[in-house]
Design a protein around this ligand. Structure first.
Ligand code: SF4
Length: 294
């Protein structure tokens, strides 16, 4: 690992990953061992690695799997659910499951077909539905903390995208911890300082079975292009990704980005249908999408 100037054998690599995650949790004050954590699991390497690390490190972590109804010939959703269940059963851990087509009568691709915002591509609808459901389950089941498996590659791709478009609202909200406020559970990203390669190495060394295929809709996304560019940079300048991200967090801490719109009175409203927070008055974007607002 050139960016850390480290090289480990299998046993010490696993120890290092767990220690480094605990250091990230402590450094950014993400949560304590006394708090119940809900880990959003997709059956992929990052979320299963995160759940395994938290379990190994002695945190109280349960899982949440959201079935999206994505098939596309490879039974992506069925397979990822199967692997998440297998992981939980092998360790005696609790996995909550929400099946979107059963609960809302439509799969994510079907919702995307009637929604204009993604021009038929399901990712924006999928993001909206996942955010809504993760928060709903965390609040309903009493989890103060919602953890996701976003890694350094995900974070720097988002950071590059937001910087290129100078999306100040998004830059202000990008952080390893978003505090619980305005009806949202606390959101944390304990793997934000690991590259994708590092989390993949952890799952392989721990023999964790994960869904190898990416979601069929991930191909050709902007985020995939940003990741490719950033990987080229990393090849030439090892450590660039980590430095880009940690320098950004340091600048935020030093107050360079602190004009928080969402702290202004009247920024958040409560959706009259699902009671979740929303930035618009009246029914929230999720209730409009699933047709509850008609
Ligand atoms: Fe959802 Fe798009 Fe991710 Fe697939 S790639 S899981 S559709 S956000």
């Amino acid at each position: 690992m050139k960016q850390h100037r480290l090289a480990y054998c299998k046993e010490h690599y696993i120890e290092w990953v767990i220690d480094y995650t605990v250091k990230t949790i402590e450094r950014y004050h993400l949560f304590s061992k006394e708090e119940k954590i809900l880990v959003a699991v997709s059956g992929g390497k990052d979320s299963l690695a995160l759940w395994d690390i938290l379990w190994q490190a002695g945190y109280q972590a349960d899982g949440l799997y959201i079935g999206l109804g994505i098939d596309d010939g490879i039974h992506y959703s069925d397979r990822s659910h199967e692997l998440s269940l297998k992981f939980a059963e092998e360790r005696g851990l609790l996995l909550h499951t929400v099946n979107i087509p059963e609960r809302y009568d439509e799969t994510i691709p079907q919702m995307a077909q009637r929604d204009r915002r993604g021009h038929g591509k399901p990712c924006s609808v999928c993001g909206l539905v996942k955010r809504h459901e993760m928060n709903r389950i965390a609040v309903e089941k009493g989890y103060p903390v919602l953890a996701t498996g976003h890694n350094l590659d995900d974070e720097v791709a988002v950071l590059l995208g937001n910087t290129l478009s100078w999306s100040m609202d998004m830059l202000i909200r990008q952080a390893p911890l978003l505090p619980a406020e305005n009806g949202f559970a606390r959101k944390v990203k304990p793997l934000c300082r690991f590259t994708e390669r590092e989390t993949a190495a952890y799952t392989i060394l721990k023999n964790i079975e994960y869904i190898f295929d990416e979601c069929p809709y991930a191909v050709g996304s902007k985020s995939a292009s940003f990741k490719q560019i950033l990987n080229q940079l990393e090849e030439e300048m090892p450590g660039k990704k980590l430095k880009f991200y940690t320098d950004f967090l340091r600048m935020k801490k030093d107050g360079y980005l602190n004009d928080k719109n969402d702290e202004k009175p009247g920024y958040y409203h409560t959706c009259p249908i699902c009671n979740q927070p929303t930035t618009i008055e009246g029914p929230c974007a999720f209730c409009r999408l699933v047709g509850k607002a008609i």
